[in-house]
Design a protein around this ligand. Sequence first.
Ligand code: GDP
Ligand code: ZN
Length: 315
Amino acid sequence: MREGRVIVNFSRHALVEDDAGARLDCQVRGRRLQAVCGDRVRFTVQGSGYGLIEEVLPRRSVLSRHDPHKSQAPLAANVDRMCIVVAPVPTPEPFLIDKYTVAAALLGIEPLIVMNKVDLGDGADTALAEALAELLADYAELGIPTLAVSTIDGRGLDGFRAELVGRTSIVVGPSGVGKSSLVKRLVPDLDLRIGEISRASGEGKHTTTRTTLFDLPGGGALLDSPGVRDFYLWPMALRDLGSGFVEFRALAARCKFGDCSHRVEPACAVRAAVEAGELLTRRYESYLGLTRIMEKQYGWEEEKRKKCGRSKDER
Ligand code: GDP
Ligand code: ZN
């Protein structure tokens, strides 16, 4: 049996690259096996240029699409770096950035905040530039590295490339911050490679709307996923949400109640730290905002579960 990595997956087949760099179109064995972009798989060769995926190796991480109106679907596996792209235009939304950092923390993926369009800084609104610099400094203080780049004049791109070496990274962020422009700058021959993938899909078009893995010149890979670019946080218990805020973690152990939601309970170490100015109020407010969203989504999940009359695990 041979081993390789899924470059792009379709419904029951996938383009797999073996460790020597050869690519095969592989069917997936059975109904239950699910191979997604980034997965390490074992496959057998069935003929010239095609094979059969027999096994999906354990994943280091999984990114899924969580849309409350659609079913949950894994989109990418084994991502170890989440590049959260922000820019002075469109105006950054700290709450959205927090959402990404929480997802990264809970999934065991290292976050990196990439501020694109630094070229706009020259002669642009200084108040805006200062606010942004402050925001990024807050994240740096939380241990989340930040980086400033421009796809237009190329500033910071070499530093960014160096960050991507030896890792599997994904680019996320709201529309308009320059994610496509960044992917174009970082992946050589992008159009050619998209063309190749379109042919493998049988879909014919020279575009891809699927999560796709692109090898990078220095080693490492960049995943581009339209589905993950603006994702929802999945429904989760409040205590899990709290642990997504890395700065709450050590404090939460000192809360009076083990299952403290850090909202109304007495002797809450997290709230005390916010009141003492040791934690950023803004992050705490993001946490509160997310608890409200979770309750709404959880309510929705519970309702669905009751309607089905079965627990989630039985489905
Ligand atoms: P996406 O929606 O995040 O994929 O963003 P795009 O890559 O489509 O870029 C959105 C807009 O921002 C386009 O008009 C780009 O030309 C522009 N843009 C991208 N990168 C930069 C940059 O570094 N500087 C400036 N000034 N504009 C940029
Ligand atoms: Zn607490």
